[in-house]
Design a protein around this ligand. Structure first.
Ligand code: SF4
Length: 358
């Protein structure tokens, strides 16, 4: 049996359900200094506005653990504490409102440290994410499984889960990560066969904006389409807000969730007589502010644009010195090139308003 996301166990990360058929939740991680609550909260706010639903903050020391107090009090999102090596940091982060923990039971300090952290999580009603990363697998697992392949990732994660279960804890989610998309895919599939604990998906060290988003889209997207994965993070060497934007692109492309504007734009060709790339560049940040799930089109020519983008609620198509605004393939307005973007945005905002009035 494969535990697709409708068959995984449900856990709650603060107010956000994960697993058991819940909507796939979007995560990101702050890259501010957690000891600076104002900077961290500003980034959490920006992430929330972009559609982030769960946020993780690193807890490198006690000052950062204590900063969870002001952070969790004002955060619009449940905040997950990412702790390594020191169980006291996990306990203090939980006392200061952490909604969940991300730990590696193998490096938190032995059985008594695991017991201390698990008991604190149990008391706080906070789940724990454990996971395996192909870069840091235990030596005996590597030897037993013949290297850092999918089986080794699953074995390592099962070992971590067992440590928590031995303490009577089952509010667990797991992550199996590799920088190889194929290893990640196989490991997550194997996990879904072996266990019903929900999965956090991610391709680790994916890279910069373009390469990382593509690598994540292939790996995470393939799994989501197979029904595997309950929450995920697109890891990018970029502003975390871009991670959230990429995550929503993946969810929309997989047909799993709707939020915000989907932009259809043509690749331009010899018929293009306006600066379409410049228009798109200016439109994108404006469109990113709209939460209504609209499809809009930015097309290079009046001859083919409206017809090719019939399914768009609102579109623009350019011509020589002027352009048209269209809705569902029908031209509704002719405007000069200088007014094209403003008129288009007016129509998009009107469509968004109509959507929210219903
Ligand atoms: Fe070319 Fe017009 Fe098609 Fe754009 S919409 S690719 S400009 S034919």
């Amino acid at each position: 049996m494969i535990h697709t996301r409708d068959k995984t166990r449900r856990i709650m990360v603060g107010t956000v359900p994960v697993g058991g058929g819940a909507p796939v939740a979007v995560q990101s991680m702050t890259n501010t200094d957690t000891r600076d609550p104002a900077a961290t909260l500003a980034q959490i706010e920006a992430l929330a506005q972009a559609g982030c639903e769960l946020v993780r903050c690193a807890v490198p020391d006690m000052e950062a653990a204590l900063a969870f107090g002001p952070i969790t009090q004002a955060s619009p999102l449940p905040v997950i504490a990412d702790v390594h090596f020191d169980p006291a940091l996990a306990v203090v982060a939980l006392e200061n409102g952490a909604a969940a923990l991300r730990i590696n039971p193998g490096n938190i300090g032995g059985p008594s440290a695991v017991a201390r952290v698990v008991d604190a999580a149990q008391a706080a009603g906070a789940p724990i994410r454990v996971g395996a990363n192909s870069g840091s697998l235990p030596k005996e697992v590597l030897e037993r499984c013949g290297g850092p392949g999918p089986a080794a990732l699953v074995e390592a994660a099962l070992g971590h889960v067992r440590l928590l279960e031995e303490r009577g804890f089952d509010q667990i989610k797991v992550s199996l990560k590799s920088s190889s998309v194929l290893t990640t895919l196989e490991a997550c599939r194997l996990w879904a066969q072996r266990s019903d604990y929900p999965q956090h998906l991610g391709v680790t060290e994916a890279g910069g904006l373009l390469a990382g988003a593509i690598k994540s889209a292939v790996g995470i997207g393939a799994l989501l389409l197979e029904g595997i994965g309950d929450t995920f993070r697109v890891s990018l060497t970029a502003d975390p807000v871009r991670e959230v934007e990429a995550a929503w692109h993946i969810l929309r492309a997989c047909g799993l969730r709707e939020r915000g504007v989907e932009i259809i734009s043509c690749p331009t060709c010899g018929r293009t007589e306006i600066d379409l790339m410049g228009l798109l560049e200016k439109a994108e940040p404006e469109l990113a502010k709209i939460e209504a799930p609209l499809t809009v089109a930015i097309m290079g020519c009046v001859v083919n644009g409206p017809g090719e983008a019939k399914h768009a609620q609102v579109g623009l198509a350019g011509g020589r010195g002027q352009g048209v605004i269209f809705a569902h393939g029908e031209v509704i307005k002719k405007v000069s090139e200088a007014d094209l973007l403003d008129e288009f945005m007016k129509e998009v905002r009107r469509a968004a308003q109509t959507y929210s009035n219903h």
